[in-house]
Design a protein. Structure first.
Length: 115
């Protein structure tokens, strides 16, 4: 089992920045991937950014706007979100995938961008 806890969401004006953090606990030695997904009201949950095998990846919609980073122990990831737009408003979920294919999500953190 892997337990994920997110922090850092909130309300920001358009053009502002937020930094999300996620810390993993439990069987973290089994982690293969950590990243972020988001779900806006009425929409499906979408991939935002992730870190697998030492390589970051991003959704096209946030490339150049968001930056994912992780600590050396690979048990904590951060998402620096700059130039935020109202369409970035969503609940952001931290996701972890372990070797063997199991996946875990955090409880989510709300990001609201006002125009």
């Amino acid at each position: 089992q892997v337990h994920l806890v997110e922090s850092g969401g909130g309300l920001v004006q358009a053009g502002g920045s937020l930094r999300l953090s996620c810390v993993a606990s439990g069987r973290t030695f089994t982690l293969y991937h950590m990243g972020w997904e988001r779900q806006a009201p009425g929409n499906e949950r979408d991939f935002v950014a992730g870190w697998s095998g030492g390589t970051p990846s991003y959704a096209d919609s946030v490339e150049g706007q968001f930056t994912i980073s992780r600590d050396n122990a690979a048990t904590r990831v951060h998402l620096q979100m700059n130039s935020l737009r109202p369409e970035d408003t969503a609940v952001y979920y931290c996701k972890a995938v372990v070797y063997g294919g199991g996946a875990y999500w955090g409880q989510g953190t709300q990001v609201t961008v006002s125009s």
